[in-house]
Design a protein. Structure first.
Length: 453
């Protein structure tokens, strides 16, 4: 394996609840192999424990995920923790088509990085995702069924870790079963280049052999050789728009001026991006929002709804679900989860999932409240196979339109919340029009999660 997770880390994970919120001793963070941490992050993600994107860093979220896993499965007496988790992943049965949550979101984000998936990062299975899984299975030499099972999830988690290790220039040693073809593909390196850089044992990789993903350029390289534009260009990630069917690729020579949609044009990678979450809106606010979005179809946001409200506004919930806006949970009653005991948090989340599933026909994946979640609450939420994201900033009613626009523009890749919304479509028009002039792109919470938010 890429490394082992020490018993010290496991003990730390189990005692995390004793710490002050968001506090981890520096000694726990330093000294961990990023490949080993990312390996476990990927494996916990596909198991639904929401360890987050593959950063290779020890964070409170990572410890919560480890603690939740250990609470359910215990610690194996012989094998390392890393091996224990990997074995469980590999022996998973086929996941049902209705599965949702961190496991699906992780798969979506990884397949999107490899250009195999172009759909929404919403943590839910779909026919498009199944087709993407089938493409990956073909590449990985697995049975191309389009179904997520143990071997497929194991390969996805491993190659996703390889990709991140290559791009972040982490030290990676070949593991049992590694093949040059798959490592090169995962890292986005031409196979011939990869083979030349790792020719110590011919076309074979020996276990433990340091892997070279990006060979150093020789000093004798022809100085007038045409540079590789991909390597010299700044690595700025262009976010996928919520409605990808409407996005048209543009040739590099085309002018960026004119009436390009917010997610198109050659300067789309320079556009301001953030997620907009509207918390617990009134009926008139949602009606005004839906009306304004007929004129601004790309201005799709995240709407946090309580379970109680959803059950008493079933017709509006169906309209909201069809609109393209992402419906997320705000708990069942709307009370701050920070004020509840563990059993109360579980009850709020469980009831909210049932209420939103019943009224929209879709299982909610995300939960967010206007008050940031405490560390202990995040662990309890993660154990319910729900992903919690807190806002970077929350806007109130005072000078709402102006403040909202500035907040979205000033928090790139963040989550901007609002506890107020205009009850007229003209009020929404003013915000959407101003954002359109700045070529603003609305992110989903899934995109924020995948980007490490």
């Amino acid at each position: 394996m890429a490394g082992i997770i020490s018993s010290t880390m496991l003990s730390a994970a189990l005692s995390l609840s004793l710490l002050a919120p968001n506090t981890i001793p520096q000694s726990w963070i330093q000294g961990h192999d990023p490949v080993a941490v990312a390996t476990v992050q990927a494996q916990l993600d596909v198991l639904g424990y929401n360890a987050g994107p593959l950063t290779g860093q020890v964070t409170p979220n990572f410890y919560h995920s480890v603690a939740n896993f250990v609470t359910q499965f215990g610690i194996g007496p012989k094998a390392s923790f890393t091996t224990q988790v990997a074995d469980i992943v590999h022996t998973l049965p086929a996941l049902p088509s209705y599965v949702s949550g961190a496991s699906v979101l992780a798969v979506q984000s990884w397949l999107q990085e490899w250009k195999l998936y172009q759909g929404a990062l919403n943590g839910r299975m779909s026919p498009a995702l199944s087709q993407s899984v089938k493409k990956f299975q073909t590449i990985a030499g697995l049975s191309a069924t389009g179904v997520l099972n143990g071997p497929t999830l194991s390969a996805l988690a491993h190659l996703a870790t390889v990709r991140v290790a290559a791009h972040k220039r982490w030290t990676y040693a070949a593991q049992p079963g590694d093949k040059m073809r798959l490592l090169a593909w995962a890292a986005g390196v031409p196979l011939k280049t990869f083979e030349r850089a790792n020719a110590e044992h011919g076309t074979l990789l020996w276990v433990g052999q340091p892997v070279v993903f990006y060979p150093k350029v020789s000093a004798h390289t022809n100085p007038i050789q045409k540079p590789d534009k991909r390597a010299s260009s700044p690595r700025v990630k262009i976010p996928a728009h919520r409605d990808l069917s409407s996005v048209q690729s543009q040739p590099a020579a085309q002018s960026s001026s004119g009436s390009s949609t917010p997610s198109t044009g050659v300067l789309s990678n320079l556009q301001p991006i953030a997620a907009f979450v509207l918390y617990d809106p009134q009926k008139a606010v949602i009606q005004a929002l839906l009306s304004a979005q007929k004129r601004y179809p790309h201005a799709l946001i995240d709407v946090a709804i309580t379970g109680e409200w959803a059950l008493t506004h079933t017709r509006l919930m169906k309209a909201l679900a069809k609109s393209g806006n992402e419906i997320i949970m705000d708990g069942y009653s709307g009370v701050s989860l920070n004020t509840l005991p563990d059993w109360g948090i579980r009850q709020e989340v469980t009831w909210s999932v049932k209420a939103l599933s019943q009224t929209t026909g879709q299982t909610p994946v995300f939960i967010s409240q206007s008050v940031p979640f405490q560390s202990s609450v995040l662990g309890e939420i993660s154990a319910q196979n729900v992903i919690a994201l807190s806002p970077s900033v929350v806007v109130t009613q005072s000078h709402w339109a102006t403040v909202m626009v500035h907040a979205l523009l000033d928090h790139p890749e963040g989550v901007v919340g609002s506890v107020y919304g205009p009850q007229s479509s003209q009020g929404w028009d003013r915000v959407f029009q101003r954002l359109a002039t700045d070529h603003f792109v609305f992110l989903t919470l899934g995109q924020v999660w995948a980007n490490g938010g």
